[in-house]
Design a protein around this ligand. Structure first.
Ligand code: SAH
Length: 356
């Protein structure tokens, strides 16, 4: 059987043939965001039927604990009206669980205005459908929110953003770029970089990853929370430089399995481990950070065990087994408890977020 060639493979090949090797971020942008054939032009990427399952898709408890964390922070910080912004909301499940929790606990005189920052038109449709009960706003620019204190939440968002890689060679850093030959993509060394990318000595072949998308989003968030106060909670595969071991973390996932990033272009999810060192590097005065700690530590500190025990009270054996399975998937090291890290940034003038 002849496998149909992806139109994106041709597009990228032509681009490289015309201009030479491209940045990894350019390659990723086309693979992920191309309007007609990019990965996110498909609405079934997340969930059992998609390519990967995320924590909010496993259990409502994940969103409940985030909601309570924000609510108690708003209450103790004496805030009255707050923007709640979710970055990269996928199917909209986390936002739904958060808003549902707010409506259950009746947040009294605290008003949350919710915003969804989403690039994919297909996923926006899914979100609008899932959130039809609630008043939500969709934004393409983080500056398009009212001048108010703002909580940002990002679960598996930053790992989805395009990155560039730099590789050490004979004492210098070079950009790593994508080349094509005989219809196959492969990595080549690009230009020598004059920046000192890290303080530690590095032998040949060490890789540092950077995302200009992440840098630009963080710069906007810093500006907003410095001016109007607020916080950002990031939950993602990630580490700091040293623990990432200066290795390539760019990976493809298709149908819940690891897959070659240069195959099935546009049908493979591309992601990389978030480099939290980059988050810590440019933190301005007036902003503090917490973490990274493991998802298990964070959720345990927020009382996930008690919440699940509560939910299991007076339930059937089957129901309790289902709950205990969900709990395990969120916290155990062999599922999402260890590899996923939680990192928070907040303006100094708020009470410290719980969970760290
Ligand atoms: N937070 C969700 C989904 C994670 S998948 C969950 O936990 O289930 C990554 C999400 O980020 C998708 O919704 C994707 O469309 C969105 N996304 C990726 N790149 C983006 C960008 N540059 N701007 C805004 N959203 C983006």
């Amino acid at each position: 059987m002849k496998i149909q060639e992806s139109p994106l493979k041709k597009k990228i090949t032509r681009l490289i043939e015309a201009n030479g090797p491209i940045h990894i971020s350019e390659f990723m942008e086309i693979c992920l965001y191309n309007i007609d054939h990019g990965y996110y032009s498909n609405s079934k990427v997340i969930g059992k039927k998609g390519d990967f399952v995320t924590s909010p898709e496993i259990s409502q408890v994940f969103g409940e604990l985030i909601a309570l964390n924000f609510y108690s922070n708003a209450l103790s910080s004496n805030l009255k009206e707050i923007n709640l912004v979710e970055l990269g909301p996928g199917n909209g499940t986390l936002m739904k669980d958060i808003l549902n929790t707010f409506s259950k606990i009746q947040t009294n005189n605290i008003k949350f205005n919710s915003f969804l920052f989403e690039k994919s038109n297909q996923l926006k449709k899914v979100q609008k459908n899932n959130l039809s009960k609630y008043k939500c706003n969709w934004i393409d620019n983080l500056e398009n929110i009212p001048n108010k204190p703002t909580y940002f939440i990002a679960n598996e968002f930053f790992d989805a953003l395009p990155i560039n890689q730099f590789i050490s060679n004979n004492g210098y850093w070079f950009e790593r770029k994508v080349e094509v030959k005989n219809n196959n993509f492969y990595f080549v060394l690009g230009k020598k970089i004059s920046d000192k990318l890290d303080d530690d000595p590095y032998p040949n072949g060490k890789i540092i990853e950077q995302s200009i998308y992440t840098q630009s989003i963080l710069a906007k968030i810093f500006k907003l929370i410095l001016k109007y106060s607020g916080a950002l909670i990031v939950i993602d595969y990630g580490q700091i430089n040293k623990e990432l071991n200066y290795k390539n973390t760019l990976q493809g996932v298709k149908n819940h399995h690891a897959s070659d990033i240069f195959q099935s272009i546009g049908l493979t999810d591309l992601s990389s481990w978030v480099n939290f060192s980059a988050f810590m590097k440019n933190v301005p005065n007036g902003v503090i950070y917490k973490g990274p700690i493991t998802q298990k530590e964070f959720l345990m500190n927020l009382g996930i065990k008690e919440r699940f025990e509560n939910l299991g009270h007076n339930k059937s054996v089957i129901e309790r087994r289902r709950l205990s399975n969900e709990f395990e998937r969120l916290v155990s090291a062999s599922y999402m408890g260890q590899a996923f890290k939680v990192f928070a940034l907040q303006s100094e003038n708020l009470k410290i977020l719980e969970g760290f």
